[in-house]
Design a protein around this ligand. Structure first.
Ligand code: WT7
Length: 646
């Protein structure tokens, strides 16, 4: 039996949605999606011209179109239309890495800065449909850059500032970006991140990038390429504010965001304008029960989809005040998040289970020395949250006053898909709960047949929803293959889940070769090819291993070339290779030397066995009959200890 937490009257009395309304609207959203989404689109978005058709096409032919013929602009919806009522209202409350540094940008100020940068982009030749790469830390300029792109119809591709020069290069090349916006340095946890240096390295192989706009975040000098590099502040100072918003079709692309999958290099997930914005705005308002003038803080970096949808587009479309935090949860102390909540009177706080677990481990005192009385709603996202962490969040951080919304979604889905709604959903710790309006979720076995209640299976979505990705940039075939080949006509999420008697969804984790390390999505194949790029490595196989704080950690089995000698320093080198090729977030926590890898007779690596060895579940190894070389497994089990990387 799991605990159920009933609705909290303090929230339920003013919430937009009640349990009865949820049921009624949910049914309507499935019975009459066009009627339902047409109403939402009118309510949440200002359109220059109405659409001809709310929804056309479907998953059978993969020709889905939302709000076809409708005209709008994302930046206009985030800024211009708020000026009459909200010009002086803070749009962004920026909290620096250093607790003594913060700044406020009103809607009017944000509007002005976006207009100036948009004019700068135009001056450097950027026009509708061009791709712009944004590689910035969590500073207001990151939001300004995104909105400046969308204002003129350029497609932004934000690359998380923790990715390496190599990853940045691949993303710039794949998207065909011609301009990069970066900073001389970033700062996180009082450590400098050499962003401009990474851009310089990346651009050695990107001949199409002719302009780099550099925000001066610190006083550190950086090498300068005179024809190519420009200081942001100089360009902005000379630019005009007025810049009319480009009139975009609802189906025009808004942004590309790269994410990892089971195989191959990261995919450029392409999102459109109209459907995405409607979905972002509606989910932001209802899932977080956002009320006028509340302070909303999503801790996700703008380099991830959570940052796109809930640090930028959703809240700004709704005229919200957002907190943008440059730093990390542990700096200067483990009280930082709670102090920021008090400092800026945050009402709604949205973060990841990994942060909750890490802070819980530091002890309750850090939380209890702050007030947090402004808090009303708590949210989590990115990976399953274990009940212990959930309870701590609910009781200690929220003092039993705040519903916890455990929101399940993906880069591909654009917005939250399965979640409790404050005031409508009694809470079960660890359950993502009920599908959002318009989301038809099912659990099927590997043959595609529905599984009985309570049983685990593949989570699929059977009907289109407006936030859904349009395609994989430059590779529509991959889009079709990855998401629609396994169960034709249904969107494959890649997650395993079950549904209980009350219709609550419980997400167990990925069913493919994607690892969620601290909520970051990492493809095993990417890590393997990074390891193999080292001159001494002949083969590598990467699996996940449960981790009390990170959720999962990366466990790599590495076979060296015959002339190479295993050593701890070689292990460190291998970790460094992964950091260089992908970025620090993909650094393996464990490396185990393997004289050979367990393979089937046809030469396929048996990851199932490796996972068991990594997790020390070696009592029952399951069916070994297809294994070509049984002694290999015994040997790996024997040598399992000492695999942790210092
Ligand atoms: C994967 C998507 C979109 C949010 C940030 C992550 C896992 C996400 C939950 C949750 C259990 C979750 C899934 C999903 N995931 N939220 N509430 N409970 N698992 O986006 O990087 O595209 O990762 O994150 O495995 O497939 P992403």
């Amino acid at each position: 039996m799991t605990d159920i937490y009933p609705l909290l009257p303090r929230v339920a009395n003013t919430a937009y949605v009640t349990t009865a309304k949820y049921r009624e609207w949910y049914q309507r959203s499935l019975d009459d999606p066009e009627g339902f989404w047409g109403e939402q689109a009118k309510q949440y978005i200002s359109w220059f011209e109405p659409w001809d058709k709310v929804l056309s096409g479907g998953f059978d032919r993969l020709d889905v179109r939302w709000f076809q013929g409708g005209k709008l602009n994302a930046a206009y919806n985030c800024l211009d239309r708020h000026l009459q009522k909200r010009a002086q209202q803070p749009a962004i409350i920026w909290e620096g890495d250093n607790p003594n540094e913060s700044a406020i940008l009103t809607y009017k100020e944000l509007y002005d800065r976006v207009g100036r940068l948009a004019n700068v982009l135009k001056r450097y030749g950027i026009k509708k449909g061009d791709r712009v790469c944004i590689y910035l830390p969590m500073i207001p300029e990151a939001v300004i850059a995104m909105l400046a792109c969308t204002r003129i119809g350029a497609i932004h591709s934000v690359v998380f500032a923790g990715f390496s020069a190599d990853s940045l290069k691949n993303r710039i090349l794949d998207a065909g970006c011609t301009l990069v916006i970066t900073a001389n340095e970033g700062i996180r946890g009082n450590k400098a991140i050499p962003l401009k240096e990474n851009v310089d390295k990346a651009l050695r192989d990107c001949p199409d990038v002719s302009t780099v706009i550099v925000v001066k975040r610190t006083e550190t000098l950086v090498p300068w390429e005179h024809k190519r590099d420009m200081w942001y502040h100089n360009l902005i100072a000379e630019a005009q504010v007025e810049c009319s918003a480009e009139i975009m079709d609802a189906e025009d692309p808004l942004f590309i965001l790269y994410t990892s999958g089971s195989t191959g290099k990261p995919k450029g997930i392409l999102h459109g304008t109209g459907g995405y914005l409607v979905y972002a705005a509606m989910t932001h308002k209802l899932v977080f029960d956002y009320h006028n003038r509340e302070i909303f803080w999503c801790t996700a970096d703008v380099g991830w989809i959570t940052g796109h949808t809930y640090s930028v587009y959703g809240p700004l479309v709704n005229g919200a005040t957002i907190v943008l935090f440059e730093g990390v949860p542990h700096y200067p102390t483990a009280a930082r998040y709670w102090e920021v909540i008090d400092k800026h009177k945050v009402n709604i706080f949205y973060t990841a289970p990994t942060a909750i677990r890490a802070l819980r481990r530091e002890g309750d005192e850090w939380v209890k020395r702050t007030s947090r009385k402004s808090l009303r709603i708590l949210g989590t996202v990115g990976e399953p949250i274990n009940p212990e962490a959930w309870e701590w969040y609910y009781h200690i951080v929220g003092e039993d006053r705040c519903p916890v919304v455990d929101t399940w979604w993906q880069t591909e889905t654009g917005g939250i898909m399965i979640t409790p709604l404050p005031g409508a959903t009694p809470l079960k710790p660890g359950a993502a709960s009920w599908p959002f309006f318009g989301v038809e979720a099912k659990i099927v076995n590997d043959e595609g047949a529905p599984v009985p209640e309570g049983e685990m299976g593949n989570l699929v979505i059977t009907q289109p929803w407006p936030g859904m990705m349009q395609t994989v940039y430059n590779d529509h075939e991959r889009f079709v293959k990855t998401y629609f080949e396994t169960f034709p006509g249904q969107y494959l999420t890649g997650d395993q889940a079950s549904r209980d008697a009350e219709g609550y969804f419980w997400i167990a984790g990925r069913s493919d070769d994607v690892i969620k390390v601290s909520g970051h999505r990492i493809g095993t194949e990417e890590v393997e090819s990074a390891l193999v790029s080292h001159a001494m490595v002949s083969e590598a196989a990467v699996v996940s291993r449960p981790d009390p704080v990170k959720g999962q950690n990366i466990y790599a089995f590495v076979t060296l070339k015959t002339d190479a000698k295993p050593s701890d320093s070689l292990k460190s080198e291998l970790v460094q290779v992964v950091r260089d090729v992908i970025g620090p977030i993909a650094a393996p926590g464990y490396i185990q030397w393997a004289e050979e890898l367990p393979k089937t007779r046809s030469g396929k690596i048996m990851r199932r066995l490796l996972r068991k060895i990594a997790n020390n579940e070696v009592k029952d190894m399951g069916d070994l009959s297809t294994l070509a070389n049984p002694v290999v497994v015994e040997d790996l089990i024997k040598k399992r200890n000492k695999s942790e990387v210092e």
